[in-house]
Write a protein that binds this ligand. Structure first.
Ligand SMILES: Cc1cc2nc3c(=O)[nH]c(=O)nc-3n(C[C@H](O)[C@H](O)[C@H](O)COP(=O)(O)O)c2cc1C
Length: 208
């Protein structure tokens, strides 16, 4: 029995290849146990708090070991609510299109909201930063128009390395990935890439 939080980062609905493959993962996850549940966050439908003004000042207060003002503390509660929702899961699934070699800005916004001192990471003067979201697995389904797994283009991929670094920073150690590429190729190549990705996703979903 496990609670999956699915963070959907493509706004392309049924046309999205990352969402399509993520659905295969979810089907396998649900089939693995009747007690398994899925909460979907479509980040394009979320009214994420802007991370400026009082919310930003509150973060710096915490980073400097100071107390935020009353207004800053109140604004911070919106950040806490989104972050607590994120932490209230046993396992995680992201579906992520590549946008300009990285992740869509809405997903970056979400990560900026949930990556917070005292909530998802902390600091030890002796050992440095450490994550607070520990012992939970995360799977990310990455979709790209081009090909980035070959040696020449690997350095242009700021999508997978960034998400993995961001997840690692807040504590994730068990990070699995499925790559769909190249999705802007001819239909046969695309179908083959999607089918291969679906097989990998089904295996991961059944075993998470
Ligand atoms: C705004 C935008 C930027 C994109 N940038 C890239 C890119 O840098 N490299 C790439 O290979 N594909 C790029 N693409 C293509 C998408 O990565 C590709 O179509 C992907 O399969 C989309 O995933 P989805 O179908 O799940 O939305 C871009 C697409 C959009 C809409």
């Amino acid at each position: 029995m496990s609670k999956l939080l699915y963070i959907q980062a493509s706004p392309r609905g049924e046309r999205s290849s990352s969402t399509d493959v993520a659905n295969t993962y979810i089907d396998a996850f649900k089939a693995a146990s009747t007690g398994n549940t899925v909460t979907t966050l479509n980040i394009w439908d979320m009214d994420l708090p802007e991370f400026d003004g009082d919310r930003l000042n509150a973060k710096y207060s915490f980073l400097h070991g100071q107390n935020p003002s009353e207004a800053e503390a109140a604004a911070w509660q919106e950040i806490v609510a989104v972050t607590e929702q994120f932490k209230d899961a046993d396992c995680y699934l992201f579906s992520v299109p590549m946008w300009n070699f990285s992740i869509p800005y809405k997903l970056k916004h979400y990560l900026d909201v949930i990556t917070q001192p005292g909530l998802t990471f902390s600091f030890d003067p002796e050992t440095g930063f450490f994550g607070l979201v520990t012992g939970k697995p995360v799977t990310a389904i990455y979709s790209r128009g081009g090909e980035y797994t070959n040696a020449e283009a690997k350095g242009m991929d700021f999508q997978k390395p960034y998400l993995e670094m961001a997840m690692g920073f807040i504590g994730f150690r068990e990070i699995s990935s499925v790559i769909i590429e190249p999705t802007l190729a001819d239909p046969d190549t695309v179908n083959s890439a999607i089918n291969t990705a679906k097989q990998q996703a089904a295996t991961l979903g059944a075993n998470s």
